[in-house]
Design a protein around this ligand. Structure first.
Ligand SMILES: Nc1ncnc2c1ncn2[C@@H]1O[C@H](COP(=O)(O)OP(=O)(O)O)[C@@H](O)[C@H]1O
Ligand SMILES: [Mg+2]
Length: 416
């Protein structure tokens, strides 16, 4: 007998100030774009209805921006749904108070993030035990538990290494171990393997399947990759523009795609060929750009420190891109009391048009220490693209997520 673990009923999530009005229009059947035009609100989840069965891997698949993260973040209330119900053991997550939520996140749900969310200056065991630590479990007990879960994910012998010494695949195992230390009934995995290289990614998929045979957790796994969905999913839900357009077994999806959107997935449309540089870049202020006429070494170092990076792009006052500066050379200038960044500009870098497809961007990352530079025909700086965005898609959300959970006394913390 299959038992239902999570019931989602008429769930809506709308972002923006005029949610109520937007909700009314959405419920009347107005499309996402029109609602946006009328109310300036984004319909991220639109009337989702589905059940997740106990012990299954439930995959949510869809293009970037289709609402996958928005939906999964409703399940642990990182997002406050605008309307609807999410029932876990008969209790409605949507209306839980703070202490019920803390309980929910401690005992029922744990999340694994795409960019691992680990603390680089802590050991593997200390990172793994972190979830228990913020819930006040004492050191000996939490480290004992952490050692056990590390063994489960195949990390014996690595317990006392720093996480920053580990490869991406191993770091994600630590992320998984950390989620498992609290013995959650449900694992939420938002593009957990998307940042990994293909081979490692495929290994991690195999290991997750092996692990699942033993653990028999309920897993909600988000991906934009059809192959990953077909490999991992007991059932797959496909999202488009905030709506769940089909739920079915991998076979159902392949044989009987509900509409052209699903068909496009099944026919193996390479989405990296569709996603453009412009849609994944950090733009404007987010680039941290320096202006050559006014910003010198002291300001550059300060901004790098604030942003936790060791390089920044430099423009002139008309926003024309001049080059990149790296922390070490900037520090050198400062020591020599030189005020201008001019002499250390690295300008021999590939310039990218915003229409370039993600697939065509990858080969440009020859020098991994610098992001890509996106400019228009006038060589004005439009944005920068970091490596992981190309592989992953929307970096930055995890950081938000982690900070938010931390503030709410949840299970995770991290610095990326
Ligand atoms: N915090 C937010 N504020 C406003 N809009 C958001 C926020 N998060 C996501 N969105 C919007 O909601 C929609 C769904 O985004 P998201 O859930 O991130 O999609 P996916 O995970 O499938 O890429 C997009 O239109 C996105 O721009
Ligand atoms: Mg997402």
């Amino acid at each position: 007998m299959t038992k239902i673990k999570i019931k989602v009923r008429d769930l809506y999530l709308i972002f923006g100030a005029r949610k109520k009005e937007a909700l009314r229009l959405v419920k009347k059947g107005m499309g996402k774009n029109e609602v946006l035009k009328k109310t300036n609100c984004t319909t991220a989840v639109n009337c989702a209805n589905f059940d997740i069965n106990e012990g299954e891997i439930f995959v949510v698949m869809g293009l970037s921006g289709s609402g996958k993260s928005s939906l999964i973040r409703c399940l642990n209330r990182l997002n406050q749904p605008t309307s609807g119900e999410i029932l876990i053991k008969g209790k409605d997550v949507v209306t839980m108070d703070k202490s019920q939520l803390t309980d929910l996140r401690r005992k029922e749900l744990a999340m694994v993030f795409q960019n691992f969310g680990l603390l680089p200056h802590r050991t593997v065991v200390s990172n793994t035990a972190f979830g228990l630590e913020i819930h006040g479990v004492e050191k000996e007990a939490r480290e004992k538990k952490a050692m056990e879960t590390l063994a489960t994910v195949g990390l014996q012998g690595y317990e006392h290494k720093m996480t920053s010494e580990l490869s991406g695949g191993m770091q994600q195992r630590v992320g998984l171990a950390r989620a498992l230390t609290t013995d959650p009934e449900v694992l939420l995995m938002d593009e957990a393997f998307s940042a990994l290289d293909p081979l490692i990614r495929s290994n991690m998929q195999d290991e997750l399947l092996d692990l699942q045979k033993k653990l028999k957790k309920t897993i909600v796994f988000i991906t934009h990759d059809l192959d990953e969905a077909l490999k991992l999913g007991d059932r797959i839900a496909i999202m488009k523009d905030g709506e769940i357009v089909q739920v079915g077994t991998p076979e159902d999806i392949l044989v009987d795609p509900a509409d052209d959107y699903v068909k496009a997935f099944v026919e193996n449309v390479d989405r990296s060929a569709i996603v453009s540089a412009g849609s994944i870049m950090f733009s404007g202020k987010e680039t941290g750009k320096l202006t050559i006429e006014k910003d010198g070494p002291a300001l550059a170092l300060r901004r790098m420190r604030e942003r936790g990076v060791d390089r920044l792009p430099v423009v002139d006052k008309s926003n024309v891109f001049l080059g990149w500066v790296k922390a070490r050379q900037v520090a050198e200038l400062k020591r020599k009391n030189i005020r201008s960044l001019e002499e250390i500009l690295i300008s021999d870098v590939p310039l990218v048009d915003p229409e370039t497809s993600a697939a065509d961007l990858l080969p440009l990352f020859i020098d991994h220490t610098l992001p890509l530079t996106v400019v228009n025909n006038e060589k004005e700086l439009l944005g920068i693209i970091v490596h992981s965005s190309v592989i992953a898609e929307v970096i930055g959300k995890e950081r938000e997520e982690i900070i938010q959970i931390k503030e709410e006394g949840g299970t995770y913390d991290g610095e990326n």
